[in-house]
Ligand binder design. Sequence first.
Ligand SMILES: *[C@@H]1O[C@H](CO)[C@@H](O)[C@H](O)[C@H]1NC(C)=O
Ligand SMILES: *[C@@H]1O[C@H](CO)[C@@H](O)[C@H](O)[C@H]1NC(C)=O
Ligand SMILES: *[C@@H]1O[C@H](CO)[C@@H](O)[C@H](O)[C@H]1NC(C)=O
Ligand SMILES: *[C@@H]1O[C@H](CO)[C@@H](O)[C@H](O)[C@H]1NC(C)=O
Ligand SMILES: *[C@@H]1O[C@H](CO)[C@@H](O)[C@H](O)[C@H]1NC(C)=O
Ligand SMILES: *[C@@H]1O[C@H](CO)[C@@H](O)[C@H](O)[C@H]1NC(C)=O
Ligand SMILES: *[C@@H]1O[C@H](CO)[C@@H](O)[C@H](O)[C@H]1NC(C)=O
Length: 555
Amino acid sequence: MDLGRLVVAVVLSAAILHSAVVGAENHHVFMDWEVSYALRSPLGVAKRVIAINGHLPGPLLNLTTNDVAHVNVVNTLDEPFLLTWNGLQLKRNSWNDGVAGTNCGIPPGENWTYVFQAKDEVGTFFYRPSLGLHAAGGGHGPIRVNNRPVIDVPFPRPDGDFDLLIQDWYNMDAAAMKDRLDGGRGLPPPDGVLINGMGPYGAEIAFEAGRTYRLRVSNVGARTSLCFRVQGHKMLLVEAEGAYTAQKLYASLDVHPGQSFSVLVTADQPPRAYYMVVSSLFVGPELYGVGTIRYAGANEHPPSGNAPLDERSSHNSYNRSMEQAKSIRMNLTAGAARPNPQGSFHYGHINVTRTLLLRNDESVIGGRRRCTVNGIAFANAATPLKLADFFRIAGVYTVVSGWPERRNLTLGTVAIDAAYRDFVQIVFENTLPSMQTWHLDGYSFFVAGMGWGKWSADARSTYNLVDAMYRSTVQVYPMSWTAVLVYLDNEGMWNLRSQNLERRYLGQELYLKVSQGNSSEVPDPRDEMPMPFNALLCGKAKSLGSWYKSGPSPA
Ligand SMILES: *[C@@H]1O[C@H](CO)[C@@H](O)[C@H](O)[C@H]1NC(C)=O
Ligand SMILES: *[C@@H]1O[C@H](CO)[C@@H](O)[C@H](O)[C@H]1NC(C)=O
Ligand SMILES: *[C@@H]1O[C@H](CO)[C@@H](O)[C@H](O)[C@H]1NC(C)=O
Ligand SMILES: *[C@@H]1O[C@H](CO)[C@@H](O)[C@H](O)[C@H]1NC(C)=O
Ligand SMILES: *[C@@H]1O[C@H](CO)[C@@H](O)[C@H](O)[C@H]1NC(C)=O
Ligand SMILES: *[C@@H]1O[C@H](CO)[C@@H](O)[C@H](O)[C@H]1NC(C)=O
Ligand SMILES: *[C@@H]1O[C@H](CO)[C@@H](O)[C@H](O)[C@H]1NC(C)=O
């Protein structure tokens, strides 16, 4: 197809899409977010952080299934900035994923409006910055996607929802952290653990006796796995990253970097104040964050009794943590965003079309410490891969299909060529003595299995092929593997990344290019949205596209 025909086809499909998404039937949510530097001292040491509308955590993005969000981000920082929507599926719309492979950074002093739909989604998620080490300076906030009123929720409506963003914290400036990594050194252990951006006893939530609350917990930290518990109360796990779990009581729950869950907590104890405790897992020295749950009328400051910190050591067992992970299962009979039950997709009966074995490692490449996946440390290009595809700019990145591990370690800008509607097994193999956490944008996957040592095809006999959790971020224990199954029904360029900021910054990420494999055709807008009219252009695409951006005026 020549460029003229391409232009017409793309503009036409953009117009069709515009009317489909902006149609009157959807509810639209408009947010204006100003991103700025601010000073905070949660642990007594002032640090330059990233705030949104002056707040850290930033505002709640409160959506209902199928809502269309318009988030206008105004960047007042002195460097380009992007937010990404951790766990949202952004159906057909990797154009709004907000990572360096899909979007140009919003330049300092400028603004850009994300537009995306929470199509067929419910659950607990969060947003965070995606460029460089910005996320180590904050810039995050909670996302809720509520059920439409006509859809049943598999538990009684709670008397209140609380968003709890928990994290490890560095007193060190994010720019200094970046300098350390650029200089080939690693990050030191974090300085503490925060709850909603606050140090010890800062975070407080109010209970009324007899009521039941939904706590929506996300680990937005740099790299530390955390364990969450509430003194004197059991927690009923009901949801994780958009799927309803088989409801089960836990005394404590592990939350690895980038993961989210919801628990119901009933205020069924004597009406006083209780500790919420978040402790670090698998790092020394152990750190903890403490907040308060206060029943109406309770005046103690701080709560009476000792914070339940003494149990920490027993939590630091990888086996205990893996057993807990395996105990979290999906509720097959619950509906989620739509009335059909979550279990109606029998993933265990579908033949795997392809297995991708991804092994993380680290090495020195070109004199610098790097984190690799199958021997390649990802290097971001100045031109987002998505724009390179759209404008057919060659030489920006390499598409790999089969991906045997390389002996020869290199830096590379790579995307795995993945066929639309393939059913893929991804095996994350961790040969290092440290925890790993992996996240795939645009998707949830079934966490079919985990095991110690190296993965082999026989491991399938140990998989949960019935009610495995369906989520978007999964942990991989030291010297172990985690296998996930994913149905590639969302066309686009999707980031697959370590949720450990240090490891990701040093190269532990890549992209899955999910397409129908015919680059001479404009994707059908039913399969993938065309480039938005407001897309920012940069790198080799900077001067292209005026023909497109002046396209049909929005109806
Ligand atoms: C979120 O949206 C839902 C549905 O519109 C509404 O009922 C709820 O009050 C909102 N919550 C907050 C905290 O704004
Ligand atoms: C920037 O903000 C202005 C004013 O709010 C808005 O009209 C405009 O559409 C925004 N620009 C982009 C590219 O989203
Ligand atoms: C699963 O969901 C169903 C339907 O909403 C609910 O009745 C049932 O209690 C749930 N089961 C478990 C184990 O959570
Ligand atoms: C963890 O489990 C594995 C496999 O069952 C076992 O070999 C190992 O000794 C256990 N480790 C600990 C610390 O219990
Ligand atoms: C899966 O593969 C097996 C063996 O190749 C075949 O018999 C079966 O029909 C396939 N199932 C589906 C659902 O395609
Ligand atoms: C490793 O890569 C370098 C740089 O691309 C190349 O010069 C060298 O020949 C490669 N070595 C092997 C063994 O492939
Ligand atoms: C790709 O699309 C072009 C243009 O529509 C068509 O001529 C060609 O046959 C297609 N190729 C494949 C492999 O489907």
